[in-house]
Design a protein around this ligand. Structure first.
Ligand code: FAD
Ligand code: EPU
Length: 337
């Protein structure tokens, strides 16, 4: 185990925020992870688990131990003619794993192409895009209990998945480190092309026969046209979650703004936060080194050496402005550190 001190976290977060960790270590085995957790306990340090840093906002130097998860490996556990169960190490890069599965002709992950980050973080907020969420292909995960240092297995029902939610963000927050995820993928695909611009993009690409490969290519094309590439402009994807409001509230909103988009859910109507933020006048807003992306108002950006605290301040101003204008509270998707 190699513990480094006063390390800049700039290369380890996609917002590109330059804050330091008092202690930092990268772990490649479960034994190293257990050692690192023990080191933290002995020194009475707070511990922060880091994957690809694509869903965090660093607002301060971290007076704690940051453990970067680099557990790798892809292993078939079971397969038959219909499906395959694959265990994937938490430190594997998400998109590389998606491409691996597509290459093998295992279906289920194609709509989740090009999401940054690691496999281990994917259950944290039940990542989702283009009509699919990880819960649709999730079988189970293994995680180390931070208190006992024992490995525990979580089946799907124990993860309490919801829209950008899981038990690991709530009841079990900061209690487990996810070490691997078991996916259940299909050898006989069902295509999900109904969402957003997928169908349109497939036509533009002159695709005669839909396949998991072409769906992945279409999703990548759409994402590249809207979302900033973190290697060029710092960002963490959608900064806020899309709020769900009651059917009555939506009707009232529609009276004031007949063009407001809304997606029916069992418990109300989901309204795109990007629309609310754009209509509140923030799209393309720039102040100093931070701002709001000009192609997608839900994405806050760091144009250069912006500060996390400035982004947090901007986020809070956007929340107030949307609430004042529409009476809707936005909750962040990004984890503040
Ligand atoms: P990190 O940012 O490192 O960590 C996120 C949280 O998970 C932190 O609280 C961290 O402590 C915890 N964590 C990380 N790894 C572990 C582990 N092994 N065990 C326990 N806790 C852990 N998300 C979507 O859902 N859909 C999208 O379409 C999408 N698009 C994006 C586009 C862009 C350009 C960007 C920058 C981000 C996007 N995101 C999207 C958000 C982000 O990519 C996902 O949330 C991703 O799963 C985060 O992975 P990470 O490894 O970077 O996690
Ligand atoms: N919109 C605007 N203006 C904008 C942006 C969006 O009016 O500037 C409206 C449009 O009506 C558009 C609708 O919002 O049709 C939806 O926009 P988009 O398809 O870009 O999706 P989103 O709701 O903004 C969500 C996820 C993304 C995911 C995409 C595709 C959340 C918080 N975000 O974005 O996830 O990739 O759908 O499924 O649910 C992420 O979580 O980081 C993320 C990028």
């Amino acid at each position: 185990m190699n513990i480094q001190e006063n390390i800049s976290l700039k290369p380890f977060n996609t917002f590109g925020i330059d804050k330091k960790a008092r202690f930092f270590t990268a772990v490649t085995t479960i034994k190293e992870l257990q050692e690192a957790l023990t080191f933290g306990k002995q020194k009475n340090l707070s511990i922060i688990i880091l994957g690809g840093g694509s869903n965090i906002l660093l607002t301060q130097d971290l007076d704690c131990l940051v453990i970067k998860i680099k557990l790798t490996g892809i292993q078939i556990l079971e397969e038959n003619e219909e499906e395959v169960f694959v265990e994937v190490g938490a430190g594997e890069v998400w998109h590389e794993w998606v491409q691996f599965a597509i290459h093998k002709n295992w279906a289920g992950l194609e709509n989740l192409s090009l999401i940054p980050g690691t496999v281990g973080a994917s259950p944290m907020q039940n990542i989702g895009a283009y009509g699919v969420e990880i819960q649709d292909v999730f079988h189970s995960l293994k995680a180390i209990n931070r208190n006992t240092l024992e490995l525990e297995i979580f089946t799907k029902d124990k993860c309490e998945f919801g829209y950008r939610e899981s038990v690991f963000k709530h009841k079990l927050k900061d209690q487990f480190v996810i070490c691997s995820v078991v996916f259940k993928l299909s050898k006989k695909p069902t295509f999900h092309t109904e969402y957003g611009a997928i169908q349109e993009t497939l036509s533009e690409m002159n695709v005669s026969e839909t396949s998991i490969q072409t769906i992945s290519e279409a999703v990548i094309k759409i994402r590249q046209s809207k979302l900033p590439d973190p290697s060029m402009i710092g960002n963490a994807g959608s900064f806020f979650k899309n709020p769900t409001i009651s059917f009555e509230e939506f009707e009232k909103l529609k009276e004031r703004f007949p063009e407001v988009p809304g997606y029916p859910q069992p418990n109300g109507i989901k309204v795109p936060a990007g629309w609310l933020i754009e209509r509140a006048g923030w799209k393309g807003f720039k102040r100093g080194k931070v701002g709001v992306h000009d192609k997608q108002a839900l994405v806050l950006v760091n144009f250069g050496d912006g500060d996390g605290a400035e982004i947090a301040k901007l986020a809070s101003e956007i929340q107030s402005s949307v609430e004042e204008r529409f009476g809707i509270k936005l909750s962040p998707e990004v984890n503040f550190l």
